[in-house]
Design a protein around this ligand. Structure first.
Ligand SMILES: Nc1ncnc2c1ncn2[C@@H]1O[C@H](COP(=O)(O)OP(=O)(O)OP(=O)(O)O)[C@@H](O)[C@H]1O
Ligand SMILES: [Mg+2]
Length: 475
């Protein structure tokens, strides 16, 4: 699959994509687009930053454009659910970009913004509704929207949407969507346990898996720094001051931790902003925009920013704390090294985070670092065996075979840092590999731009979550 013409998309859809700068499909697009166009339910798994949004948006836009008709009154023909407001806004902006000039009505609704304007926006109905689950349920309860006309249901970051924090809302929403529909799940990770749950929502799904599930992005260089908890802040300052560190996204486990990092960076004269669930929606948006616009070089975030968010040119991700849920590591470090770019992810690991490190290594299928000199690796035996790629063998569809991921090389670094490249060789879902830029992208001068802007909304969110608890993304 070398260009978008080979899919047989409606010429207007194809030219909208070309006008937006997209010429060569990525492997997940090559694998998923024909299956979605054929009407199948699809579970699409591919690394972070490889164009999953367009993989579902392009065939959806094609379907809507071919079967034109007015948007259903107080309804929608396509429903896309996403875990955070920022991601919902970004997906909406991507639909606007990919579908520019097609005359389709696209709307986004999420918490943290006044409900009145959202009710009015839905009055006339929309073709594509992008929503976070909580606000959508409010709107359904207020009879501002109905879902009986939904033909396609998409879960972006599907494994998170099926996780404890969202599953009840999802079940409630699914009751309103016709059983006869097309359902599309996309993510870079899909834990085995969640896969069973996913099956309850999908009908004879085709699975398109571009790489072993939970593989990290091809071009992210992963480093580990073993450090005492009390030394992390000093190491952060030192790391950020290195000249090669241009823009950096720092992840902390808690909201309180994120605020503390911002304060201490200020003491070191480093400008930063924080984004987490205790910030108002307008603060969240201002912080993200200041960072995306290059006005602030450091964004400190909880896992609220771990999934899906695209920030052009982000050079470094730092895990100030390791995530407790290993999948989040894959998503966090995937905020860099997107769309064929390179990036560096540095994880600070204190003694009491070794178990998290082992869980992450088990998930990604290779060791990230030898343990520091003098420390026993005996405890780590468990982390060597699993090899994630084996767990889904035989399920791959979409015309491509998958190969085992090559293990990263591990060269000792200065300052006790160790690095491993996650650049194993992978077969493309479409049966053909793009070349040159990390195996997923062939870029033309235009280069695809995401519709990456988060939408504006009003204040308010968080609802008094205790800030020392790990933050899980929520609408
Ligand atoms: N065919 C393509 N050619 C060039 N760039 C592309 C192509 N498809 C998508 N992109 C760009 O790649 C970037 C990442 O896309 P996207 O956000 O859809 O990735 P993703 O796979 O959903 O990642 P994540 O798992 O982090 O959500 C965006 O900037 C998008 O514009
Ligand atoms: Mg995405």
């Amino acid at each position: 699959m070398t260009n978008f013409q080979s899919f047989g998309l409606a010429p207007r859809v194809e030219s909208a994509l070309t006008a937006a700068g997209y010429t060569t499909p990525t492997p997940i697009q090559a694998g998923a687009i024909p299956l979605i166009m054929s009407g199948r339910d699809v579970m699409g798994l591919a690394q972070t930053g490889t164009g999953k949004t367009l993989a579902f948006a392009a065939p959806i836009l094609d379907k809507l454009f071919r079967n034109q008709g007015p948007a259903p009154h107080k309804g929608a023909r396509v429903l896309v659910l996403a875990p955070t407001r920022e991601l919902a806004g970004q997906i909406a902006a991507s639909f606007e970009t990919y579908g520019a000039g097609l005359g389709l009505r696209i709307a986004m609704v999420c918490g943290g913004a006044k409900i009145g304007p959202q009710i009015r926006k839905l009055e006339r109905g929309v073709h594509v509704l992008i929503a976070t689950p909580g606000r959508l349920i409010d709107l359904i309860e207020q009879r501002a929207v109905g879902l009986k006309d939904v033909e396609v249901l998409v879960l972006d970051e599907a494994d998170q949407m099926l996780d404890l924090g969202f599953i009840h809302a999802l079940r409630a929403i699914a009751k309103h969507v016709p059983a006869k529909r097309q359902t599309l799940f996309f993510s870079a990770t899909m834990p085995k346990l969640v896969e069973g749950l996913a099956a309850q929502f999908l009908r004879d799904p085709a699975q398109v898996a571009v790489a072993p599930p939970s593989a990290t992005a091809d071009k992210v260089e992963q480093r580990i720094s073993f450090v005492d908890q009390g030394e992390k802040q000093a190491l952060l300052v030192e790391t950020i001051r290195k000249p090669e560190v241009k823009t950096v996204l720092v992840f902390t486990r808690t909201k309180h931790g994120a605020d503390a990092v911002v304060r201490r960076l200020a003491n070191a004269d480093i400008d930063s902003v924080a984004i987490h669930g205790n910030k108002s929606q307008s603060q969240r948006e201002r912080a993200l925009e200041a960072f995306k616009g290059g006005r602030v070089p450091v964004l400190v975030a909880t896992d609220i920013a771990a999934r899906g968010i695209h920030i052009d040119g982000l050079t470094h991700v730092i895990n100030f704390d390791l995530p407790e849920v290993p999948e989040q590591y894959v998503h966090r470090i995937g905020r860099t090294a997107r769309a064929g770019a390179t990036g560096v992810a540095i994880s600070f690991v204190s003694k009491d985070e070794r178990d998290y490190l082992r869980a992450i290594e088990k998930l990604v299928g290779h060791k990230l670092a030898p343990r520091p000199a003098g420390e026993s690796e005996a405890d780590d035996r468990g982390s060597r065996k699993p090899q994630q790629q084996s767990r889904r063998q035989g399920l791959g569809q979409g015309g491509g075979q998958r190969r085992a991921q090559g293990h990263g090389d591990r060269r000792p670094q200065r300052d006790g840092e160790r690095k491993a490249h996650g650049n194993g060789e992978r077969a493309a879902a479409g049966g053909e590999r793009s070349s040159g830029t990390g195996g997923h992208f062939q870029r033309t001068s235009g280069g695809g731009k995401p519709g990456g802007q988060a939408r504006r909304g009003g204040p308010g969110q968080g609802g008094g979550n205790r800030s020392r608890r790990p933050e899980r993304a929520g609408a």
